[in-house]
Design a protein around this ligand. Structure first.
Ligand code: ZN
Length: 276
C-alpha cells in the first residue's frame, strides 16, 4: 500500500480530507480530494472504474479544476448543496459541464438554473451548453442574445452540433428584418381630410417610430413577446388613437410582424430539423 504522503501531491481541500478515504481525485491544478468510492458510485458515473482486488487507494487524475471539483463533490454526499451566489461564471460553466459529464444528477438541475440566469451576460457559452445537452428552452432563451455577434469568433466558441443551426437561425432573422421594415406607404388615410386633401400624417409618424425602435433595439426587440410593446409605445407617443383608421392599420401591422417573426424565433426547431 502506498503512503498517503506519497499520494498527496499538490494541495488538498479541508472538506475532502478523510483519512479513511479509498479514492484520491486529483484536479488539473494538482489539488487532491480524498473521497469515498461508495459516494462516487452512488451519485455519479465515470469517476472511477470497477473496484480493484488489491487493497490500494486509487488515484484518479481529472481534467477539472479544484474549484469545480470542490463544488461538484459537495453534491455527492449528505450535506447542504453549495450556493452559487458568488461563483465566477467560468467556474459555473466548468461545473455545469462536469455535472453532465459525470452524470451528477443532483447538480445538473441547479447548474441549469444558474446557467439560465447568465443567458444574457454569457450568451455564447450558455447556448453552447444548452445545445450540447439538448436543453431546448434554454437554447431559445439565450440564442436571441447571440444575434448580431461576430460570426467567425462566435462559431469558434460553439460546439460542432450548434454551428450550422446557429448560422441558419441568424440567417432567418436577418431575412425577417428587411421584410418588417419595408415601408408600404404613404397610406392614404383621409379620415380627417377632404377626399382630395393631403393624407393623414399620423401613420407616417407612427411607422417611422416603429422602424426607429426596430433599428435601434436590433433584433432583440423583434421577439414575439417584445413586438407588442414596440407598437404600444409608438402609438402612445404619436397620438395615433385620434384616427380609428390608422389604429386599425397598426393592429394589422402588429399581427403581421408577429406572424413574420414566429417561425424564425426558435433555434431548437432548426437544430432538430438539422439533426433529423
Ligand atoms: Zn390616419
Amino acid at each position: 500500500m502506498r503512503l498517503w504522503k506519497e499520494l498527496e501531491a499538490g494541495g488538498k481541500i479541508a472538506l475532502f480530507d478523510a483519512s479513511d478515504a479509498d479514492v484520491i481525485l486529483r484536479s488539473s491544478d494538482d489539488v487532491s480530494f480524498k473521497v469515498y468510492r461508495k459516494d462516487l458510485e452512488a451519485y455519479s458515473d465515470g469517476f472511477v472504474g470497477p473496484p480493484s482486488s488489491i487493497d490500494e487507494v486509487e488515484v484518479v487524475q481529472l481534467t477539472e479544476t479544484s474549484r469545480v471539483l470542490e463544488l461538484l463533490l459537495q453534491f455527492m454526499r449528505r450535506q447542504r448543496q453549495p450556493s452559487f451566489k458568488d461563483v465566477d461564471f467560468n467556474v459555473l460553466d466548468g461545473l455545469a459541464e462536469a455535472a453532465e459529464k459525470y452524470e451528477v444528477f443532483s447538480a445538473t438541475e441547479p447548474c441549469k438554473i444558474w446557467m439560465s440566469a447568465a443567458a444574457s451576460s454569457h450568451p455564447v457559452e450558455v447556448l453552447s451548453y444548452a445545445m450540447k445537452h439538448d436543453y431546448t428552452e434554454l437554447a431559445n432563451q439565450c440564442a436571441v442574445h447571440t444575434i448580431g455577434l461576430d460570426v467567425d469568433s462566435t462559431l469558434k466558441r460553439l460546439p460542432p452540433n450548434a454551428q450550422l443551426p446557429w448560422l441558419r437561425y441568424c440567417y432567418k432573422w436577418h431575412n425577417v428584418v428587411p421584410d418588417l421594415l419595408r415601408y408600404k406607404n404613404p397610406i392614404q388615410c383621409r379620415r380627417k381630410s377632404p377626399p382630395d386633401g393631403p393624407p393623414c400624417a399620423l401613420w407616417s409618424e407612427f411607422y417611422a417610430r416603429v422602424a426607429e425602435k426596430f433599428a435601434r433595439g436590433g433584433l432583440k426587440v423583434l421577439q414575439p413577446g417584445e413586438i407588442g410593446s414596440v407598437f404600444r409605445i409608438a402609438e402612445e407617443t404619436t397620438g395615433i388613437e385620434d384616427c380609428p383608421k390608422c389604429v386599425l392599420r397598426t393592429r394589422f401591422k402588429m399581427a403581421g410582424s408577429r406572424r413574420a417573426v414566429g417561425p424564425a424565433a426558435k433555434i431548437h426547431q432548426i437544430h432538430h430539423f438539422v439533426v433529423a
